[in-house]
Structure formats: C-alpha cells, structure tokens
Design a protein around this ligand. Sequence first.
Ligand SMILES: [Zn+2]
Length: 188
Amino acid sequence: MSILDIRVLGDPVLRQVTTPLSAVNDELRRLVADMFETMHHAKGIGLAAPQVGRTERLAIVEVDEERFVLINPEVVQQEGRAKGEEGCLSIPDIYADVERPKTVTVRALDEDFQPYEIEATDLLARCIQHEIDHLDGKLFIDYLSVLKRTAALAKWKLESGKYPGYIRRVSLETSEDLHEHEHLEEEL
Ligand SMILES: [Zn+2]
C-alpha cells in the first residue's frame, strides 16, 4: 500500500464531476486500499477519488470503526436537517458549520461491485454526503454564506502557500500539525 498525495483547493480536479464505474479490477482495489491508508495517515474520516487526483465515482468513509467503500453512490432518501462543523482534507485548517439532511439512505456498490444500501444518520450521514458532493465537484465551502465563504477563502489564501502545486504530502507532515487534534476527526 502507499500513501497518496492529497489535492487541495485550487486543483481543478476537485471541481470535476466524476465518471461512474462499470466494473472493479485489481488496480481499483489497490486504489481503495491506498485511499484508506492515506485517509488514516491524514487522520480523516472520509476521502473521495478527486482528492487524490482521480476521476472515478468512488469514495471511502470510516466513522466509528465502520468502513464503507462507496462506488457510484446515490442518495435515495433524506430526512430532517442538522447543522454541524465540517472540515476537509483538501482544505486544511478551514472549518465551518454546514446544514445538511440529518438522515440519508444511500445506495452504492462495494469494492466487489455488490449493491448495498445504508441508512445513515448524524456524523456518518454528514460524512457520506460530504464525500458524494466531492464526486460532483462540490465542496463544503460552497454551502457557506457569501460573508463566511469570503472569510474562509481569505484564511485559505494564507494557508495555501504550504501546498505548492496544490499538493498536500501526507507522509511528510510533521507533529506540528497535531496541535489541531481536536478537529482532525472531523476532516472528510
Ligand atoms: Zn472533503
């Protein structure tokens, strides 16, 4: 397994709409394993293919030790509204409250291309919706009011210099990043 570079805000791949998969092969299974490895090292709870520079309609999620591989995922039902803080491995150090459906039913294929359905609520629901957004080229900052988005982007402008070429090298991150530990579980 290897740790992949994470693409950060500004890389056009994050705004691309992904392509549904028609089959799974060994290369794709390796990609899924590498994405889990990368997500664990980056201390995230979700990761979508565009975040590692890919265009497949594929994301992974791991909340409370429950893992999901989401291939061609679709929200088929939603209920309620809930507000919660979000961050993103592709927009490090930026956090904001986002309102989303509280409960969602999602249909997807697993890494053996077998269909399944999950009903998710609270953090898991938030995480899955955030990842599906990535597959449509959408980012959590898109939900913010103009004022809050402007503030977030101004902060990001100061941060983005750390990521030349819009690349975040997870394996080289040092312990100085760990002071933000209270937020890290929420990065998606
Ligand atoms: Zn994200």
